[in-house]
Design a protein around this ligand. Sequence first.
Ligand SMILES: Nc1nc2c(ncn2[C@@H]2O[C@H](COP(=O)(O)OP(=O)(O)OP(=O)(O)O)[C@@H](O)[C@H]2O)c(=O)[nH]1
Length: 302
Amino acid sequence: MDRSLALILDEDETQRVINTLERADRNHQLWLRRLHSGLITGRPAFTDDILDPAAHQRCKFGLWYYHEAAGVIREHPHFTAIESLHRRMHDQGRLLAGKAQEGRAIREDEYAHFMDLQKGLCERLVGLREELQVLRYSFDALTGTLNRQACELLLNQEFARVSREQETCCLSLVDIDHFKSINDSYGHMVGDQVIKTLSGLLREQLRPYDTICRYGGEEFLISLPNTDLAQAEEILERLRREIAGREIGFEAGDIRVTVSCGLARLDTRVPLAETVRRADEALYAAKAAGRNCIRVAAETCC
Ligand SMILES: Nc1nc2c(ncn2[C@@H]2O[C@H](COP(=O)(O)OP(=O)(O)OP(=O)(O)O)[C@@H](O)[C@H]2O)c(=O)[nH]1
C-alpha cells in the first residue's frame, strides 16, 4: 500500500476514485474494441478519438486521466506510468488505423508493439486498482482511521524509510482511561461514540502527515514522522490537555474523558515490534502513574 495514498484518502474518497477508475477502464475497453473492429473488418471508419494526434487527451479515458482523476493518485508511480503507456499506445493505434484506412498492410511487429503497450497499460491499471482496493479495506468501520492490519503495513514502510533516510520518528500508543466505566455507565453505543469522537480529536490535533490507526478497542497508535522525542512529547501533551478539557455531549449528559500515552522513539537498530513493545510499556507506566499523562520509553541500549 502506498503511504501517500493512505494518508490522504479516506474510505469514501477511495471508493469514489475506484469508481471513476473503473469507468475510465471500461471506456478504454470500448475504444480498443472500436479500433480492433475497424482493423479487422476492412471497413474502417475511425473517429477523431483514434485519428487525432491529441486523441490520447480527447478520448474518454484521456478526459479521466488529464481532468478528472483525483489529485492524490496523480503522484502514484502506477498513475504516472499510465500516461506514457496510454499516449504511446494511441500513437501506435493511429499508425495502425492510418494504414488500415489507406488499405496498406500492417506489419506483425507494428501490431505486436501496439499490443505490448496495451498490455503494459492494462497491468498498470490493474496495479493501481488493486492498491486502491487494499486501501478500501484498510479503514476501521467505526472511526474511519486506518485499521490495525493497514497500520502494520504502513509502519513497516515507515521503518524502511526511516532506516534509509536516517530520519527521526516516534510512535505513541494512546489509550482512553477507565473506558470500561463509560460503557458500564452509559452503554456500549455511547462508548462507541466516545471512541469515534476521540479519533476525530486526534485527526484535528495532529499534523496531516501523522498516521493514526485504531490499534485496539479504545487504543490508538500514532506515528509521528520527522519528530524527535522532545517534540513528540510536546505534541502529545497538547493533545492530552485538549482531550481532557473537552466535554463530549450526549443525550445522557456531557462526558469527559482522559487519555494515557506511551511514547517511544522508533529505533531502526532493533525490530519494529520492539519499539511498539516499548511504547506499550510506557503506556502501562502512564496508567500506573495515575492516568491522564504521558510516559516516555527509555532509549534502547545496544
Ligand atoms: N463501546 C466499546 N467498548 C469497547 C470497544 N472495544 C473495547 N471496548 C471495551 O473497552 C473496555 C476496556 O477496558 P479495560 O481494558 O479494562 O480498560 P479501561 O477500563 O479503559 O481502564 P484503563 O485502560 O486501565 O484506564 C472493555 O470493557 C471493552 O469491552 C468498542 O469498540 N466499543
